[in-house]
Structures are given as C-alpha cells and as structure tokens.
Design a protein around this ligand. Structure first.
Ligand SMILES: [Zn+2]
Length: 527
C-alpha cells in the first residue's frame, strides 16, 4: 500500500512538500521553504520530520522558493537522489538557490553577531552556497509531457501548470508489487490563471485515483483578469501615484512578477500611457532571472512587444551593485522602484520601504500575495507604524494593491481545472491554501456532486493511505506546530501590543494620564 504525507503547505501556502511512499521507496514532491511569522519560519530550522537520506528521489513542480527553498538543506543532511524538473526550472534554480543560500548565510551572520553580544552560542546557516551548488548538480531536466521512469515501477510526467516559467503539475503512475492496477496521482503544483502573460493555460489529462490540488484562491474570484484589463489597472495606479509626486515602490517577487511588470510597464511607456520616467528593477536576483527569461522567449506566449524590446526599454535601470542600489535613495520622487522580496521579508525592498514609506507623496503598490505575519501583510493592513531593520518607521505613504496580477488560478479556474481531471474514483486533497480558502473550495466541489468525505483538507504532517480506485484513508495526524499559530503567533501579538502601547502613550500630553496607564498595565502584570 502507498501512503501520502503532507510535510508543508497544509493549511498554509508555504513550505510545499509532500511525500509518496510505496514498496519501501520514498518520493518527495517539492521541498519548499516556510515563510510567515517566526513560529512558521522556525520550521525551516527544525529537523525534517523524516530522515533526508531515506528519500530516494524528488520531482519538483517549479522554482519558487516556497517549493524549492529547502532542497539544499535536504542535500546537506544526506539526500542524494535525482531531482526531476523542467529545463527552465533548472535554469532559474541556478540563481534562486544560490540567492537563497546567500540570504541564509548573511542572516545567520547577522543573527550570530546579536547572539555573540548576548553571550549565546553561535548557530549554523540552514545551508550554504556550497550545499546549493551540490543540489544544483542533482537536477535532471525533463520535457513537458514526456513519460519517464523515476525508479522501477514508478513513472512520472510533467504538465504545463501555467503558473511561472518552467512550472509543472506532476503526474505519477505507480505500479505496486502485486497490485492489479497502477495508482495514478496528479499533484497540481501551483496552477496559473487562464489569462497570464508568457504562458499558455494549465493542462493535464483526466482520470486519476488521487488529485492533490492547490487552493490559494479557493475562496476568491477575481473581477478583471484579462491581460488588457490588468495593464489598464496598472496604468491608472501608476498615473495616480506619479501625480502625487513621490516615488512608487513596488514590492515584487523576483521571478515572473518582476518580468510581468517590466513587460507591462514597457508596453505602457511605448504607448505613451504613462509619463516617461525612470524604472528601477533593484534586485540582484530579479536581474539575473530577467536574463533567464530573455533566453526562453521562444517558449513564451502572450508577449505584446517585439522580443528584442522585451525588458529593454531605454528608461529601465536594472541595477546590479550595492552602490547602484544606494544611489536610488537620493531620488525623492518620480521614480518607479521595483524590488524584492515580494512579501518584504528580506532583500533590498526593506531599504526602499524604510526610505520612502514615511513620506506622504510616496505610493507603495502591492502586486502580489502577502502571507499573514509578513512585513508586507502588516503594511497592507493599514498599520500606522512598522518595524524595519529594528527601527520604528511611521507609515504615511499611500498603500495601494492590485489584486489582479496573480500567478494563481482563482476559484472558478481551480474548479474548472479540478473537474477537467475527473473522473477521480479516489480522493481530492486540497493543500497550499489557508483554511478558509480550502474549506470554501471543498464546499463548492461537494456542491457539484463529489462526495464530501472524498475531499480532504490535510493538516501539517498528516498521512493518508492510498489504494488504486478507492478513497484514501487517514493514517496519522501528528503535527509539528499548532495551526492556531500560523496566522498570528505570540510574537505578532507582542509586536502589535508594543506599537499600540507606544501610540497610546504618545496620544496624550498629560503626564499623569501616561503614568496611570502604565500603573494599570503593571497591575495586570503583577496580578
Ligand atoms: Zn509558485
């Protein structure tokens, strides 16, 4: 009997990783990094819930760090099997895993300086550039739709998932010893929307025993999502923002979203739809990835510029060095600054936010998903003050969001993708979504005639038993963290309380009132 375990992206959208075990073999689908509050991201530092050297091989759906970011750690701790993926994904990983390793190293260094001051023991990075280099050598590129054997009795096929360059859904066909029928499973990976620059619609055949589908937007339908409508919305936001006079700071994912923005802004500039203004792409990773995109233009669809003009408008400044990045600080208004990371958790975007967010004429324009607890989600929630690099910074900028740039299918598109894969005699697992999103998607799937008890919402580390042609049964449900800590952990509450207290104390000039408030708080603490 085969089993399926969910080691990430179960009730959250990060840390994607699932394991199939059959006849003593272990296959991992993705090995992503957790992103979110400190409780969630601590999962990156903790041991894997299985022995890394016991994993025989991996199939990787796409290059995003929340699907690939813990691969070097797995390799460092003993995984030594092949990693099958598309060629474009392998090309992107060359930069993305090295970048991630550099972040691990520099954050650990910063952390260790702090620990040393406090007399605490130094810690090791989750992985180093050397581990990432070793992981990259284990990648094996495969073409979309070609069936290949990953080990005796187990075949795989990759299908275009339309989510980002090289993204795929993973189709496994497992012939178990003595089994009458092969077990057919499809892991959606992240599914793209129908209307997406650069990629055709997601695709895969029908008829699987088990379908594992993402549910990021399971509770949301987007209003305008044609390529033209999206560009028109961007045009309006940029014209409004530039009219305010300040800079436009756009937190953006280095991969795909940055290139979509450069494509759309390039078209708007070429058509004279926005004033000719300097557009910075300030992210070392985004600039390298943009070059990978340039190498793969022949595989791309829906490009509204001649290939030789794509990403190359004369007003674009794609920065490389730290000095070039620092020079942007001198610009007080009229520039568009695209920088990573997309959820403002690391990278140069934090500098640009710190430098611009306190100015009233600045616009911060969100164009991507912000996981709960990240700096991006805190800014977007309308807070008046944030902590960046350990400093309190007032938020006076206009905070705007464009929700229609998603690389994910919305509710209707997810339902369409799921029902195009039917019949599913076994079970449907909804992962990679917050609980509300997947509960709503489950309700709608059931409403369209699928038995409620055939649809599972797996929790972290939950395991299921699979038999071809029949619904899965629950195995064990021991989890590493409580789901109640995912949205807001105690550290989020702590930070919110400190900010609220500071605001309350500053809201009055009456010194006795300030003292009273502190006395009351002390009473509570002592009580
Ligand atoms: Zn993704």
């Amino acid at each position: 009997m085969a089993t399926l375990s969910f080691y990430g992206a179960a009730g959250t959208v990060t840390g994607s990783s699932s394991m199939v075990e059959t006849d003593g073999k272990r296959i991992l689908i993705d090995c992503g990094m957790f992103q979110g509050n400190k409780t969630v991201s601590a999962l990156n530092e903790n041991p894997f819930p299985y022995e890394p050297s016991s994993v025989d091989c991996m199939v990787l759906t796409h290059a995003h760090i929340d699907h690939s970011g813990l691969i070097p750690k797995l390799v460092k701790q003993g995984f030594n099997g092949p990693i099958y993926t598309t060629e474009a994904t392998a090309d992107l990983l060359d930069f993305m895993l090295m970048d991630s390793a550099a972040i691990q190293e520099s954050e650990t260094e910063r952390n260790n300086r702090r620990r040393k001051r406090k007399g605490k023991k130094e810690i090791e990075p989750a992985y180093t550039k050397q581990d990432a280099e070793k992981a990259l050598k284990m990648l094996k590129a495969r073409e979309y739709e070609d069936r290949f054997e990953i080990m005796p009795g187990i075949q795989a096929r990759l299908w275009n998932a339309g989510h980002m360059l090289g993204s795929s859904s993973v189709d496994l066909r497992i012939t178990e010893d003595g089994a009458e029928h092969p077990l057919r499973m499809l892991f959606s990976g992240d599914i793209g929307p129908e209307e997406k620059a650069f990629h055709p619609e997601p695709d895969a055949p029908q008829g699987y025993d088990y379908l594992i589908c993402e549910s990021t937007y399971g509770d949301r339908d987007r209003a305008e999502y044609t390529l033209e409508a999206r560009r028109a919305a961007l045009k309006k936001e940029l014209n409004d923002a530039l009219a305010r006079g300040g800079n436009v700071v756009i937190p953006s994912f280095a991969v795909e979203r940055s290139q979509e923005l450069l494509h759309d802004i390039g078209v708007l500039l070429a058509n004279g739809d926005i004033p000719n203004t300097t557009v910075f792409l300030d992210s070392p990773l985004a600039s390298k990835v943009t070059r990978v995109f340039m190498q793969h233009t022949e595989d791309m669809a829906d490009i509204d510029l001649p290939a030789e003009e794509l990403f190359r408008h004369p007003s674009f400044r794609i920065t490389q060095t730290v000095d070039e990045s620092k020079d942007i600080n001198k610009i007080r208004g009229g520039a568009i600054i695209i920088s990573a990371s997309g959820m403002c958790t690391a990278g140069r975007i934090k500098h640009h936010l710190r430098n611009n967010i306190s100015r009233k004429d600045t616009t911060v324009l969100f164009v991507g998903y912000q996981a709960p607890g990240t700096l991006g989600s805190i800014i977007r929630s309308g807070t008046e003050e944030v902590r960046i690099h350990g400093r309190h910074v007032k938020v006076r900028a206009q905070i705007r969001s464009l929700g229609n740039y998603s690389a994910h299918a919305d509710q209707a598109e997810l339902l369409e993708w799921i029902f195009e894969r039917c019949p599913i005699p076994g079970s449907i697992f909804l992962n990679h979504g917050e609980d509300d999103a997947r509960a709503e998607l489950k309700r709608l799937i059931a409403k369209r005639g699928v038995d409620d008890d055939k649809i599972f919402l797996p929790t972290l580390d939950e395991r299921f038993e699979l038999t071809a042609g029949t619904p899965a049964s629950k195995g064990r449900a021991a989890t590493r963290i409580a789901m109640t800590q995912v949205t807001r952990d105690w550290q989020n509450e702590h930070a919110a309380l400190l900010i609220a207290l500071g605001q309350k104390l500053r809201s009055t000039d009456d010194l006795d009132e300030k003292k009273d408030l502190l006395a009351k708080l002390n009473e509570v603490l002592e009580g």
